[in-house]
Design a protein around this ligand. Sequence first.
Ligand SMILES: Nc1ncnc2c1ncn2[C@@H]1O[C@H](COP(=O)(O)OP(=O)(O)OP(=O)(O)O)[C@@H](O)[C@H]1O
Length: 760
Amino acid sequence: MERKADLPAPPPATSQSIPISAAADALTSSSFSSSSSASASPPDFLRHVHAAIKRHRPPGTMQSNFPRARRVLVPQTEPSKSTTTISSMTGNMSGKMLSLSGAVRTSNVACCQKKEGASGPAAATPPVNQEESSITPPSISGTITSTRDHNIKQLGSQKDDYELMFDREKSALGISSSQLAPPHVSVDVDFKKDKVFLSADAQLTFQSDNARLTSGSKMDGMSTYLHSLALTEGEGYLANRATHDQDRKQHGIESMEVSGRDEQIYDLHHAEPLTRCSAMGSSGVTTLSVHSAPTFQSTRAPQAPTQMSSCAVETSSGILDNVIPKEQGTAVRDVDWQQNNQQLLHMNEALKERAVAGSNASSLPSQIRSTSNPSSSLEQGSSQLNKADKAPRRKKFDPDVFFKVNGKLYQKLGKIGSGGSSEVHKVISSDCMIYALKKIKLKGRDYPTAYGFCQEIEYLNKLKGKSNIIQLIDYEVTDKSLLQEGSMKIKDGRIKDDHHIYMVLEYGEIDLAHMVAQKLKETSNPSLQIDENWLRFYWQQMLEAVKTIHEERIVHSDLKPANFLLVRGSLKLIDFGIAKAILSDTTNIQRDSQVGTLNYMSPEAFMCNEHDANGSTIKCGRPSDIWSLGCILYQMVYGKTPFSEYKTFWAKFKVVTDRNYQIIYEPVSNPWLIDLMRRCLAWDRNERWRIPQLLQHPFLVPPIAREPSPDHPWKALLERVGVYWNNPDVSRLCSELHKVVAECEKAGRVSATDVEQSTL
Ligand SMILES: Nc1ncnc2c1ncn2[C@@H]1O[C@H](COP(=O)(O)OP(=O)(O)OP(=O)(O)O)[C@@H](O)[C@H]1O
């Protein structure tokens, strides 16, 4: 208040180009009728307002009761590490972005608390003639063009004009501080060479429970006044900063802006989170909200939605749809809205921090890149603004951009692939974690099949914590009836509604199918140049993964290279949907034929549910998985699956189910490898080795020639024989001998005689 005498008159409207946006719901007769401002020219109007304020001003209280103006300067080209939020105000400076916003910070809550603290609860009671609810913060917008010199000279002393005027208006209207939320000024600054362009969107709306205190956009005087406020606010900041950074001249502006921004962000998040977030977040964004749906706040409600709208604009197209007309929102919706937007806010913050940390921006999706690309952000912002104006605002998030699983938002980063029953997307969570999101469409499926998909969730839950199984982070089944026990038994027909299963999974960088293809490309003649160490390394990991599920009594039934994913250097098993969902009908075969995994199907999988020679029903169990592993190993060695030359389903069926069919094994440098494949691809499922045996196979655990041990001469003999492993006959014999010795050891018969007898 002490500065009142120094207040300069607002810059004359004629000196600058001021395109006024249509918004300006300026103060109308109900509130300003006494000052006759509707017809007054800007200077006259201001004089009237000043006079009215003088008359109504309670002496000596305003400064303490009302908040001071704050400004925010957000350079977009150089995100700071402390940047976490708020970049909704943008401008362009020859390719460098600069944003500036002014907003008077206050909050209903804060003001009320202050009063209570000072004079007890009664002091916070609003005057009788006022509404119970607080008044929506008016926002101010427009565009102002000025030369830089002019601005720098004019601005310094005007920077508090705005807050003082606002205080006085409130006073003149008889509105208490607890009821009137602050006005928001959003100022976009565009430096081009020696020119300064300040722009702000103008709109002013005072609204309460029963009355709209001010409205209408016909008051040129008020509009001009609002522009002067915007100019004053923005220019004042520039002038102040320029004084401190005179030596920086042209380039100095940018660096000074960085520090300015950091300060603001610190204030925003640490000093008075609720109050300042509300004020700050709304700048440049509340305008959007107010344009289409004036907000309404209860004095008891937090101001979080204002903060939300900020996130909405700055992040992406999808977020705009978060702007919900406040009057439509219930408390529950507000909470929901708040959660959504807080997630979006965090997501955006984290992405910005990543960008600062030097991650490759081009690898980010366009929505995210736009946050580090000011101009596109600006363009996008305006197009979103239009879109948001026109579109009905029913959705809380844009499904083209986000998935929502269990109330949490995941932003799409691109489709990874689609399987027979699902599509899988790479996503980023609000805490900046990359995941894979598997979406299974349920509409049109029969209930047993849908129930089978739910079983995948069950298995993944069971396998939580197992390091070689892909981890399920979260999931949602939108048709809740599927989760009810026995639902698949009692329900016939197909799912009619648009239901889905969503699974948020650990993200795998590459699958084994791609790795094998890549490896084979590197070797011109795969059969001669097998990288045995590479083979051992991944074969062992595959065995360990399958061992894990077999120990949990789970049969995968769809093992193939594409279902082993590399996650942080280790292979992990994915896709547990098929085995239980479609195990007992022919859909499995249909589905497989579509995606080509017939190549990995065991004879019993082809003949599943048929009867064998003894009349027993043929079932798929663990040995089926071993067969599939054998096919994968064969592919890793030879570059093709054992039955790949048989192209059609029936041709394949014929050879795979023929127990006399001889699989061709081209010679390789290590005969143990062939032996290993034979163990896995034994036609009779009872002859196939189990995982523990395979893990001990000489290919993985090569026999090492050691000094003969006097205690166990037969062991020494075995090791000596093992030296001739490059002879397939010897190696087979050796392997059998190993098996016998193992059995003997198990039975406690380890004498040479026993071994000899057993071998014979
Ligand atoms: N967690 C993940 N991380 C990365 N990519 C994944 C992940 N899960 C699945 N994918 C990719 O998506 C593809 C399809 O996933 P998945 O196999 O689970 O779906 P599906 O519908 O069961 O497919 P299919 O029936 O063909 O096996 C996989 O081949 C893989 O490339």
